[in-house]
Design a protein around this ligand. Sequence first.
Ligand code: HEM
Length: 406
Amino acid sequence: MTDIAGSSPVSEMFTADFRRDPYPTYARLRESGAACPVTAPHGFPAYVVTRYEDARAALADPRLSKDMYGAWEAYVAIFGDSSVHLDDNMINSDGAKHTRLRRLVNLAFTPRRVEALRPRVQAITDELLDRIAPGVPVDLMAAFGFPLPITVICELLGVPEADRADVQRWSATVAHTGFDEESTRAQQEAEGKLHEFLVDLIARKRAERGDDLLGSLVSARDDDRLDERELVSSAWLLLFAGHETTGNLIGNSVFHLLQRPDRLAELRARPELLPQAVEELLRFDGPAENATFRYATEELRIGDQVIPRGALVQIAIAAANRDPARFPDPDTVDFGRNNSGHLGFGHGAHYCLGASLARMEAQIALATLFARFPGIQLAVPPEQVPWLGVEIPAFRGLAELPVLPA
Ligand code: HEM
């Protein structure tokens, strides 16, 4: 990214160093102003919001629209026009359309419905950890972090086991926001494959009349409560949002806990702290570094900064969650702190639909992993553990997590 205003931390934002540790840059951005103007590689002016109160207000501000059709030019420049077949869902809509699409799946994700999945999530966790051999170094992301949420969301939606590896590969390619021709082509191809796969899967669900989540969306489609593109796009959103984020939360949490034996010991001694520990790890280094696509439908102010009509607004959740004005001593992992109101799952109408599921998966994953492998360690020094690079700006997570299970 280049800086509109001259030299400032903004110029650091598109580097591998920033991806490894964005927090010092975010601290300087928070100091420098309420909303920092940048020009991102796609060429559209954008404003980065880093302070907690501004970020929380912006997430719920109806003047900041998420309707992709309303900012079509910017949307296509950033995501390409091939993704529209997959993106016509709740996260890219406002108002009545957003409510309609969210309501169709909301019931499947209430805390009570999610709680009923607990035994199955525990069983999948146990099966995955059974396959990890003690004493043999392993990439925990590939062996555990991603397979757990992928299996859970695929079972919930009704994606057959034989197709899951393909779905995971295509999703990972879509997550790579390449800015060169080759990665754009790979991304478009993966989107095409995913679209084809989902259309075919929906046809099968229609024939089977199954009672999984996709089956119920197909019935809603047939009752005219959503159109075909919205149906495919909703399935894709649940599939994608349901695994990339949770996998990275598990990875980031294990990575930080392994470097903090005192916190891990605290957790072992007082297992009742687990829910609070997961919230703190979400605040400290959660997977949603930024909120999704938003733009100003009218001129507005964020702090002392005027945001022109049509400009993109990037809400840096990771920066807001480390704002010392809201969370004292924010760079410390403290299970005893009051971290209520952290923005790790967003805020307002688009607050994460899968928050209860993600919390449960992360709690089960951490408790079971550390009980099963009490002597687990990083297999390489922490500074050698690779973070996702500049080509995956949407998520904060590890490319690999080499550990020695024991
Ligand atoms: C640790 C894991 C997760 C994190 C950190 C996370 C984070 C978020 C955030 C920050 C948002 C709001 C985005 C915005 O306002 O721009 C969001 C929305 C959403 N999340 Fe999650 N998420 C996680 C897991 C899940 C899971 C397991 C699902 C399950 C299906 C899910 C489904 C969704 C959906 C459908 C939305 C859009 C809601 C709407 O537009 O009304 N997420 N998530």
